[in-house]
Write a protein that binds this ligand. Structure first.
Ligand SMILES: Cc1cc2nc3c(=O)[nH]c(=O)nc-3n(C[C@H](O)[C@H](O)[C@H](O)COP(=O)(O)OP(=O)(O)OC[C@H]3O[C@@H](n4cnc5c(N)ncnc54)[C@H](O)[C@@H]3O)c2cc1C
Length: 294
């Protein structure tokens, strides 16, 4: 069995996968990464699966304790969705800052994670929001953290060639705020030189329960425990503590890279901006009587 298939359900995809045996397999979502990587490089007996016709991979839905986000949702559908805006602001920030309008209309959130580029924007936001990925394959279903999917090798995820990212589950957490920002080489169509995603619980001006992820320090979405602790500091020390912790974290992650001084200076600027975004979102959350979270 070789060629291109466009299954119309997960069931059909799983049965095609089971029948494709040892053949080289490729999933194509929006194609924005896949085409660039694979043009002219596909073996003749490869099996290609177009994921665009599978309804189970679509949809954004509030299920009470979590948001269900289909892996085939595009950056445009994500950043324009009111539930994402309300409960997962960091993901909304990340999706709206990706590429150009044309790229955002095609690029999917599943493809962005599966591609595992160190500079990818949405994996860090999903990880900071404590999201999980639900994976389907002919051998069963599993739920993994974003860090487990990314693993430790740049540009290579930990999934097998028959594993499909079906959906993401993003916890809906009371009194939590989140934010994402990146610095690229220009303002549009720019891959991140460094990106920062944070979520935390906000109460009376103080943060707790923080999750901080930094992208482009060797691999995508690296968690920084020192920056999470710094966010818990008294308000008078918080900003400088957060900047210093992120600067030290970059030094620990990429100690001998020539880009380290640039990244250390950039991460401090990002830290200030993201902290301001979190504080503003926390204040507006309290003002609105906790109608919104995330
Ligand atoms: C001009 C340009 C600008 C860009 N700017 C940015 C940017 O600012 N930030 C950023 O993060 N990225 C950027 N990208 C990269 C790219 O658009 C994203 O990584 C995109 O989200 C990939 O999604 P896709 O649907 O196009 O995936 P595809 O290209 O279709 O697939 C990518 C990989 O993921 C696998 N895959 C896709 N879906 C699944 C699934 N459901 N389950 C398992 N495996 C799957 C594919 O097999 C393939 O290996 C840019 C790309 C271009 C060309």
């Amino acid at each position: 069995m070789t060629g291109l298939f466009a299954p119309r359900s997960i069931e059909e995809l799983l049965s095609l996968l089971a029948g494709s045996g040892e053949h080289e397999k490729h999933f194509i979502a929006g194609g924005t990464d896949w085409l660039i990587k694979n043009r002219g490089n596909i073996s003749e007996d490869a099996v290609l699966f177009d994921l665009s016709k599978i309804p189970e991979l679509r949809g954004i839905e509030n299920r009470g304790s979590y948001l269900r986000l289909g892996s085939m949702e595009t950056m445009t559908s994500i950043h324009t969705d009111p539930e994402i805006r309300l409960h997962a602001a960091a993901l909304c920030d990340a999706a709206s800052s990706m590429g150009s309008v044309q790229i955002r209309n095609r690029a999917t959130v599943g493809g962005n994670l599966a591609n595992a580029s160190p500079a990818a924007d949405t994996p860090g936001a999903l990880a900071a929001l404590n999201a999980s990925a639900v994976i389907f394959s002919p051998s069963g279903t599993k739920e993994l953290s974003i860090e487990e999917v990314l693993g430790t090798c740049p540009n290579k995820n930990t999934l097998s060639d028959s594993d499909i990212i079906m959906e993401f589950r993003i916890p809906v957490r009371k009194s939590h705020v989140s934010a994402f920002k990146k610095i690229g080489s220009r303002s549009e169509v720019s891959i991140a030189r460094i990106n920062l995603a944070v979520s935390a619980k906000y109460e009376d001006g103080a943060f707790c329960d923080a999750m901080v992820f930094v992208g482009t320090l060797g691999t995508a979405a690296k968690r920084s425990p020192e920056a999470e602790n710094a966010l818990l500091m008294p308000i008078s020390l918080r900003k400088e503590g957060f900047k210093k912790a992120l600067c030290e974290f970059a030094g620990r992650m990429i100690p001998s890279r020539s880009t380290l001084p640039y990244k250390q200076s950039a991460i401090q600027a990002l830290a200030e901006d993201v902290l301001e975004m979190l504080e503003a979102r926390g204040r507006s959350l309290e003002k609105s009587g906790e109608k919104s979270h995330g």
